[in-house]
Ligand binder design. Sequence first.
Ligand code: HEC
Length: 146
Amino acid sequence: MKKILFAALASALVAVSFPLAAEDDPRVEVDMPAMMRAHMLANMRDHLTAIAEIQASLAAGEYDAAADIAEKRIGMSSLASHGASHMAGFMPKGMQETGTAMHQAASRFAVTAQETAVTRDLPRALGALSRVSEQCVACHAAYRLK
Ligand code: HEC
């Protein structure tokens, strides 16, 4: 019994410390020049910061601020500052489409958040924000960088 427990524990530990061997990873590997890779990951970290700031703004009832952050940092207005057109060329079509869907969802959230300043309908704003997060999740599930 002890042996079985130990074996189970050992395999659980191995599973935790080595989540996926590269050959078992179902995500499509995307190759980019090093500078572009660094640039994309920096954008990603800013996306996460922006989501955190949006959530904090919503919690504070600052709907216009939430809208502003979403549009400028993730929405369609962020495309130029992210060098999106330059990076898109290195992405598979499905990845480009998920990126576009994220930018569009963020711009739609921005409009919804502005409306929330009047309607105070927070659940609706949160629903629009989750449309953005869904695109983060979808892309991360399907692609990784080399
Ligand atoms: C079009 C695809 C795509 C979308 C959309 C996307 N990401 Fe990413 N993200 C990636 C890829 C690819 C990586 C690298 C993952 C890897 O290589 O394992 C990444 C990495 C990251 C990282 C790690 C950064 C680092 O320094 O290692 C963070 C944080 C992140 N994304 C946050 C987000 C957030 C938040 C969103 C949504 C607002 C988002 N991403 C949307 C593709 C995407």
